[in-house]
Design a protein around this ligand. Structure first.
Ligand SMILES: CC(C)(COP(=O)(O)OP(=O)(O)OC[C@H]1O[C@@H](n2cnc3c(N)ncnc32)[C@H](O)[C@@H]1OP(=O)(O)O)[C@@H](O)C(=O)NCCC(=O)NCCS
Length: 153
């Protein structure tokens, strides 16, 4: 399905992003955190997926010292399984390639099969574990990397 527009996250999207975040994570971010990411973090690049004017997903990457660290990708539960995460991840990869990033990385809960599959689909591979990384249930994080980035064909 291609009914999503992927656009840069701006302050006007934050109410929608907060809703998606709350429905997606056990430790959602605060409004201040998102506002800081958009307004004050020069390393941050965020996109949102919009469907019929509604924010249905968001994703972000920090570009630091030539590496792209994915901070989060989330899709509203009512809009999952329709390709929104793919389109956002493609947009983040394209941003990184344009900014000459060679390697991208992220952490994901070891139990989060949908997200792990999503990242594998785009060439990320598991390279390590951070033990008890998540505060709420002490779950381990899988560390995934995508190396030698090339423009998507
Ligand atoms: C992970 C998440 C972002 C996927 O969003 P989505 O829009 O439903 O994903 P898409 O429809 O674009 O699917 C992309 C790929 O993800 C994987 N995937 C998505 N949902 C899946 C599921 N329920 N089970 C297994 N794999 C799944 C598949 O590889 C899929 O590709 P395919 O359709 O070719 O099989 C979404 O489930 C979500 O918001 N989860 C909660 C937040 C979260 O855990 N984010 C990751 C933090 S690191």
């Amino acid at each position: 399905m291609s009914g999503f527009s992927i656009v840069p996250l701006v302050l006007q999207h934050i109410d929608g992003v907060l809703e998606v975040d709350k429905l997606s994570f056990s430790l959602p971010w605060s409004r201040d955190s998102f506002e800081a990411e958009v307004s004050r973090n020069d390393f941050a690049r965020y996109v949102v997926a919009v469907s019929d004017g509604k924010v249905v997903g968001y994703g972000g990457v920090w570009i630091i010292a030539g590496e792209g660290q994915i901070t989060n990708i989330a899709v509203h539960p009512d809009f999952r399984g329709m390709g929104a995460a793919c389109k956002m991840l493609e947009a983040l990869i394209d941003i990184c390639v344009k900014e000459s990033v060679n390697d991208m990385t992220l952490e994901v809960r070891v139990s989060n099969t949908p997200a792990i599959n999503l990242y594998r689909k785009y060439g990320f591979v598991e390279e390590g574990i951070r033990k008890q990384f998540y505060e709420d249930n002490k779950e381990d994080a899988l560390i995934m990397w995508k190396h030698d980035m090339q423009p998507r064909s």
